[in-house]
Design a binder for this molecule. Structure first.
Ligand SMILES: Cc1cc2nc3c(=O)[nH]c(=O)nc-3n(C[C@H](O)[C@H](O)[C@H](O)COP(=O)(O)OP(=O)(O)OC[C@H]3O[C@@H](n4cnc5c(N)ncnc54)[C@H](O)[C@@H]3O)c2cc1C
Length: 404
């Protein structure tokens, strides 16, 4: 009898956790499992702000996929997915076509600019490890140019961060520590550098406890970060951004670097399928299948699940993507054995937002934490994600141990 074929698209938190768990729950001959990913490595999306600021090297935030999968049970194909045909049950890539009996779509997030003029063209986005490396090098180039040019353009040293949500604040935390290093390296006086966070909403870190938000803002301001809150970006140009400060009041901030960290959406490939979606995120069934497509599972940032307690979608997180990966592996096994699938219920342990390498805020198991304790917890969370996918060897190789 032909073995069922399982295609997993994307080797991020969701896809890799699915595969690692399939290796555990299925016997060697139970299925043909193929994992397709754009790169031969996985990168830790939750560490990308560090690679973008330059506080970690791009190499430190990624590892080879072949090091964590069992080559006997799983075939890895490096390819870029170009189209998903959920009716014909096939996937086109730049490295051939693949058919499937079951598919797991875990292609992650893309930046969302909400149609704001010029942002797509002139703002950078912390979207993947290559984009993060580009941001790091762009900032360094601006500092090096300022240092070398005879007539100085101080706006080169202004960095605008669009968005005071989780990603924006974590990136600002890294920049706050990185800027003094850059000033030293490129002979730039610190007072010449501006880092400005521009946010449309009336608050920083919506959804976070106000006391923790005050702590975060105070910490970042003490390191020279400026906040412009309730002032939406209305346009980006090659010279900087225009922000709205009142009914008819606008300000143009000249800047050498604009990083847009104010929105994510699912992978655009979803929008080209007949599956109903909102900004490429699919409101999945309770067992994580796409409504109307019994052989299609969608997880991670491409999936949308409503938190029934708040009646709002769960925020897209690595924590949920990994738990979904575990659940999908169990459900695939159940389907192959003719059993019923289980409902996915997120088990939220808390959230910690870093403020650089040495400080953080968070709520863990219902308790508020700040400072070095929170920073320690953040590193333990990062190390746990490595452990769940690659075991102790991966933690030793890539883990964060600078905990004091
Ligand atoms: C700076 C930053 C900080 C964050 N911090 C946290 C945090 O502290 N805690 C938390 O829980 N979450 C955090 N998140 C969110 C978290 O990173 C995402 O929710 C998580 O990565 C989603 O996992 P995923 O498996 O859906 O996608 P990803 O982990 O993004 O993986 C998607 C994979 O698909 C691949 N891929 C994409 N397109 C294609 C294609 N066409 N063909 C082939 N392969 C493709 C990508 O290369 C990637 O390997 C953070 C995000 C960012 C950007």
């Amino acid at each position: 009898m032909k073995r069922p074929s399982i295609l997993v698209l994307g080797a991020g938190y969701g896809g890799l956790t699915t595969v690692v768990n399939l290796q555990k729950v299925l016997g060697t001959d139970a299925a043909d499992i193929t994992l397709i990913n754009k790169n031969e490595y996985h990168y830790e999306s939750t560490w990308l702000h560090e690679a973008a600021a330059g506080t970690l090297l791009p190499e430190q935030v990624r590892y080879d996929i072949k090091d964590v999968i069992d080559g006997v049970k799983v075939k890895f194909v490096q390819a870029t997915v170009e189209a998903i045909d959920v009716v014909g049950k096939k996937v086109s890539t730049d490295n051939g076509e693949f058919t499937y009996d079951y598919i797991v779509i875990a292609l992650g997030f893309e930046g969302e600019t909400f149609g704001i003029e010029g942002l797509d063209k002139y703002a950078l986005s912390i979207a993947n490890v290559k984009a993060a490396r580009y941001i790091r090098e762009h900032i360094e180039f601006q500092f090096a140019t300022w240092s070398a040019e005879p007539v100085k353009d101080d706006s080169r040293l202004t960095i605008i961060v669009g968005g005071a949500g989780f990603t924006g604040i974590e990136f600002l935390g890294e920049l706050a520590n990185r800027v003094p290093e850059l000033c030293k390296e490129f002979d730039v006086p610190r007072e010449k550098v501006r880092v400005v966070c521009v946010e449309a909403a009336p608050m920083v870190l919506p959804g976070f406890d106000p006391e923790l938000v005050n702590y975060a803002v105070g910490h970042l301001e003490s390191k020279g970060i400026e906040f412009s809150i309730g002032t939406p970006v209305v346009e980006a140009t090659p010279e900087g951004v225009k922000i709205k400060k009142g009914d008819d009041e606008f300000e143009f901030i000249k800047a050498g670097t604009v990083v847009w960290a104010a929105g994510v959406r699912g992978n655009r490939l979803i929008e080209a399928t007949p599956i109903e979606n909102m900004r490429a995120r699919v409101k999945v069934d309770k067992d994580l299948r796409a409504p109307g497509y019994d052989d299609v599972f969608i997880i991670g940032d491409c999936a949308l699940m409503i938190n029934e307690e708040t009646n709002r979608p769960f925020p897209p997180t690595a924590q949920i993507a990994m738990q979904q990966g575990e659940s999908v592996a169990k459900n695939l096994k159940a389907l192959m054995n003719g059993e019923t699938t289980i409902e996915f219920v997120p088990d939220l342990k808390g959230t910690v937002c870093s403020l650089g390498d040495d400080d953080a805020i968070g709520v863990v198991f219902g308790k508020k934490v700040t400072g070095k304790r929170a920073s320690f917890m953040k590193k333990m969370i990062d190390n746990r994600a490595l452990f769940m996918i690659g075991g102790p060897m991966l933690v030793l190789k890539k883990g964060k141990f600078n905990v004091l």
